[in-house]
Ligand binder design. Structure first.
Ligand SMILES: [Fe+2]
Length: 235
């Protein structure tokens, strides 16, 4: 198994984790799933950049898409080879997702709830670049979701206006692995006519707790239910 080396800023980019044939096989399974199930467009306005995407959540993947479960296990082995304390996220809904971002779609600026996230691109599209400010976050303490941390995140985010983000374009088989709870990240608007499709795989240490979980899941996955505050933080 190849080694995974995170840069000092907590990001690794694997240029070809999967070859084109493997990406095409997964895309065929995802398109077949999408043809059998209605995937609603989830829209959450959020200032400068909205959340506007479709998602196949981890529950659906574990029930209907075994190839993606196997992929999650292989990437998990790679991640654990660099940090043996990490395990798949126990929250099955959030553990492995497929994000389908149509033309005009984008993903708001955020930190992840979990420690490490792998983003595997399956295709290339116009726009849809992932933008990252790696190792950007100033932490007030171990809790990631307090209102005080939210205030600090907002202030600190202002200073990103003066520095350029790391920009990674979607390409089949390219994978980003990052310290997701420290890296401020976002997806630029998808242009052209192709839907951007990637797989999100999440990891954390055993026993990690997220007080925001109960609100974050409906925010990310539900067509209708949505809290009226930023669910990455405890209300
Ligand atoms: Fe994220």
């Amino acid at each position: 198994m190849r080694a995974l080396t995170l840069r000092r800023d907590g990001v690794a980019i694997v240029e070809t984790y999967l070859d084109d044939a493997a990406c095409t096989a997964l895309l065929d399974e995802i398109h077949a799933y999408a043809a059998r199930h209605e995937l609603p467009l989830i829209v959450r306005e959020d200032g400068e950049r909205a959340l506007r995407y479709k998602v196949i959540d981890g529950d659906a993947i574990h029930e209907d898409l075994p190839s993606l479960v196997a992929l999650y296990e292989r990437v998990g082995a790679l991640v654990r080879a660099s940090d043996a304390t990490l395990i798949p996220l126990p929250n099955r809904t959030a553990s492995v997702n497929v994000n389908l971002t149509p033309p005009g779609g984008e993903y708001r600026w955020h930190y992840d709830r979990n420690a490490v996230t792998a983003i595997l691109f399956l295709n290339s599209v116009g726009g849809g670049e992932t933008e990252m400010y790696a190792n950007h976050r100033l932490r007030l303490g171990r809790a990631k979701d307090t209102l005080a941390q939210r205030a600090l995140d907002r202030i600190w985010r202002f200073f990103t206006r003066f520095t350029a983000p790391l920009v990674v374009a979607p390409a089949p088989g390219r994978m980003i692995v990052m310290r997701g709870d420290r890296c401020l990240h976002s997806v630029r608007r998808v242009t052209g006519i192709e839907e951007r499709i990637n797989v999100i795989m999440t990891f954390d240490t055993p026993g990690a707790r997220f007080r925001a979980e109960e609100n974050l899941d409906p925010y990310l996955y539900s067509k209708t239910a949505t809290p009226d505050f930023d669910p990455n933080y405890r209300g």
